[in-house]
Design a protein around this ligand. Structure first.
Ligand code: ATR
Length: 301
């Protein structure tokens, strides 16, 4: 064991000789669960690493990330509001990062900064772990901001029958659908956009959905993006309602529970996207050595 006190408030690699240093960058970042998650993955797979948190001032992400990597930092997770800055910073982007329009995972290799986005893969794995079949499903995705865009590609690749993107502002839902039309066609998915209010109209949206994902920011202000009327016909008892927010039963989840549907918050997605980042950094051969579902149970208890 290394004798240096491991304090996740610190990210300067010179403070952690002998350890590879990683960080999560966001603003605010105080309540991030990422350091605890990566610490457990490192313990499970016996990796000599330190993972801290970094809070660059707004507008200072690029400078902070560059100095972190210049000082010997190996990799970084990026969260709100810096995912677009992280995409701009990366020299090389994965196809998922390109499609998502945002980067949540950075690493350095031979002097180049690489960027990927593991949010969508994290969501898909969490759904699968909860027994949700995406192939052939009818999915309703609520929201058309960064969170929704980040998961579109991996969801379409799972080949649901239909993916309806519904947003408060119709234009943003249309934009997202246009961006993903080719990928949807490649996977024979019917991709459609709606205004949230149109979900009230059963002639336009006649069937209930197998899976309803809330990627709006409505939960942060204790609201649901669905009106009572819309909720009453998009949910049936066999639906699964997934809120990307974690740590509470949101108004959206309560509407689904009221209709007898199963619900989940987004904590599993957080752990699974972290697992993908960890394996990118430390090697996919460690996939059998880490146990994201055990880490998720620990976080919940
Ligand atoms: P993020 O990166 O978290 O997706 P964002 O890009 O600001 O953040 O997008 C926020 C999303 O939540 C948008 O889809 C927004 O709808 P608009 O595009 O119409 O603004 C949605 N949103 C925020 N508050 C909402 C609310 N109270 N009801 C419904 N949708 C809401």
């Amino acid at each position: 064991m290394n004798a240096i006190p491991v304090n996740d408030l610190y990210t300067d690699p010179s403070l952690f000789p002998g350890l590879d240093v990683y960080a999560v960058a966001g603003n605010p970042i105080t309540h991030s669960k990422s350091p605890a998650i990566h610490k457990r993955f490192a313990e499970q797979s016996k990796q000599a690493m330190h993972y801290g948190r970094l809070q660059p001032a707004i507008g200072q992400f690029t400078a902070a990330a560059k100095s972190f990597f210049a000082a010997g930092g190996q990799g970084m997770n990026v969260t709100v509001p810096f995912k677009l800055d992280a995409q701009a910073l990366a020299d090389v982007l994965s196809s998922h990062a390109q499609l998502a329009g945002a980067v949540n995972t950075l690493w350095i290799k031979e002097g180049k900064i690489y960027g990927d986005n593991t949010d969508g893969a994290g969501l898909v794995r969490d759904l699968r772990a909860q027994g949700i079949q995406i192939r052939g499903a009818r999915i309703l995705l609520l929201g058309a901001g960064g969170a929704a865009r980040g998961v579109m590609g991996p969801l379409l690749e799972q080949e649901p029958t239909q993916l309806v993107v519904a947003n408060r502002s119709n234009a943003k839902a249309d934009e997202l659908v246009n961006l993903f039309t080719d990928l949807a066609n490649d996977h024979a998915v019917q991709l459609q956009s709606r205004a949230l209010l149109e979900l009230e109209d059963q002639t336009k949206t006649p069937l209930a959905f197998d899976l309803v994902i809330n990627a709006t920011a409505a939960g942060l202000s204790d609201q649901s993006p669905l009106t009572i009327n819309a909720a009453s016909h998009v949910f049936v008892p066999s639906s699964f309602a997934y809120d990307m927010v974690y740590g509470k039963t949101t108004a959206f989840m309560q509407q689904a529970l009221h209709r007898g549907a199963r619900v989940s918050d987004g904590l599993g997605m957080l752990v699974e996207q972290a697992a993908d980042a960890f394996l990118i950094w430390r090697g996919v051969d460690l996939s059998g050595a880490i146990d994201p579902r055990a880490v998720l149970s620990e976080l919940r208890s």
